[in-house]
Design a protein around this ligand. Structure first.
Ligand SMILES: Nc1ncnc2c1ncn2[C@@H]1O[C@H](COP(=O)(O)OP(=O)(O)O)[C@@H](O)[C@H]1O
Ligand SMILES: [Mg+2]
Length: 371
């Protein structure tokens, strides 16, 4: 049943609850077969978007097109979408197999065909041996697998998933992530996935749409969002950042970021977006792009700062180092394995980075640090 996934097109989508705008002016095109994740903090409007697409609530502005068709007046059950929500979605009085058969019954599929499709669906999520159990006799992971099987059994072209693994522990969650990725690949179904977990979004998605306060802040591949965030919000949401707040300066062809008593060059390949000289900016440097050097060693980068190593945390594959600067501010450096500079907590150290590895975005508000 490898079908081509459906296309989804949100145009200026908005939803108000009373005077409160839960979703505003969202434009998003999802290609057939694509896996797109809505990522954002709690309350940013992710579920509201999914509920509008599913047809559970109506938009107050904009359009939703599925395969080029405006679905405004198409009821939920005729949109032919598979839906999986976080929890409690299975019918408690039905067995796993009966739960999975339910959407087929609703569609008037013959008994014989139902049996065949249910067996296929159970097999797909590796649950054949528990088909006769009721939800309360299944583990959380098994219940969500049944929910996934039920959402896919009638061959929908788009699958909507709202934080489906949020209630599961880390290992189970990773197992189910891998399973959903595999299903996505083998079935060719389009998936719109919702999570507030950046690692989950990175592990699953072709593209990620970052939501902030009801708006789509930035849409791109995981690496685009991590390497080239267009705002401090996206940079923060996609991973850890060292933030230096100052103003952008131009000296001939070279650009610098200057703050109170410091200035650093911005490399020619560094990402500088939406700012011009004179603007208040945040210069971002990821902790793994910085390294620790001895203060008396030779300088390998022109961009460096001096501070005291206050803490090293060994985390197995990586180590985290906190370097405290003047006035109690600090910078975090992450090294692969232990740090090789030989510095120990209490030592004065230099932190170096390549000027091309910085990201400069408009400075829009609080959060972050200045050296
Ligand atoms: N039925 C509703 N009535 C009033 N406010 C709502 C309703 N549904 C959601 N909201 C509000 O809209 C905002 C976005 O909610 P939601 O889409 O659930 O966010 P998310 O899924 O990103 O956590 C929240 O502030 C929430 O309180
Ligand atoms: Mg939600």
């Amino acid at each position: 049943m490898a079908a081509v996934g459906g296309r989804l097109d949100l145009q200026g989508l908005g939803r108000r609850f009373g005077t409160f705008a839960a979703v505003e002016s969202c434009d998003l095109k999802v290609e057939g077969g694509e896996f797109v994740t809505l990522l954002g903090p709690s309350g940013s409007g992710k579920t509201t978007i999914l509920r509008m697409v599913a047809g559970f609530i109506r938009p107050s502005a904009g359009r939703i097109e599925i395969d080029g068709q405006d679905v405004r007046n198409v009821p939920a059950h005729r949109r032919n979408l598979g839906v999986v929500f976080q929890s409690y979605t299975l019918f408690p009085h039905m067995t796993a197999a009966e739960n999975i058969a339910f959407p087929l019954q609703m569609r008037g599929v013959s008994r014989e065909q139902q049996r065949r499709l249910v067996v296929e669906a159970l097999d797909r999520v590796r649950l054949k041996e528990v088909s006769d159990r009721h939800p309360q006799e299944l583990s959380g992971g098994q219940q969500q697998r049944v929910a996934v099987a039920r959402a896919l059994v009638f061959g929908p072209r788009i699958l909507l998933m709202d934080e489906p693994f949020g209630a599961l522990d880390k290992r189970l969650r990773e197992e189910l992530q891998a399973e959903v990725r595999r299903l996505h690949q083998t079935l060719g179904v389009t998936v719109v996935f919702v999570t507030h977990d950046q690692a989950e979004a990175l592990a699953m998605s072709d593209r990620i749409a970052i939501m902030n306060g009801g708006r789509l802040e930035q849409v791109g591949t995981g690496s685009e969002l991590y390497e080239s965030p267009k705002s401090l919000f996206v940079a923060d949401f996609m991973g850890e950042s060292n933030v230096f707040r100052g103003r952008l300066l131009a000296r001939g062809a070279a650009r610098w970021v200057a703050g109170d008593g410091w200035e650093y060059p911005v490399g020619p390949s560094a990402q500088v977006d939406g700012v011009t000289p004179g603007d208040a900016v945040a210069m971002i440097c990821r902790p793994e792009r910085m390294r620790i050097a001895r203060v008396d060693g030779t300088l390998s980068q022109p961009t460096c700062l001096v501070g005291r190593l206050t803490k090293t945390t060994y985390l197995g594959g990586i180590s985290r180092h906190e370097i405290s600067l003047r006035e109690g501010r600090s910078v975090t450096v992450v090294t692969l394995g232990p740090d090789r500079s030989g510095a120990a907590p209490g030592d004065e150290v230099r932190v170096e980075w390549c000027a091309d590895d910085t990201i400069v975005v408009p400075d829009t508000g609080p959060g972050g640090d200045t050296p």
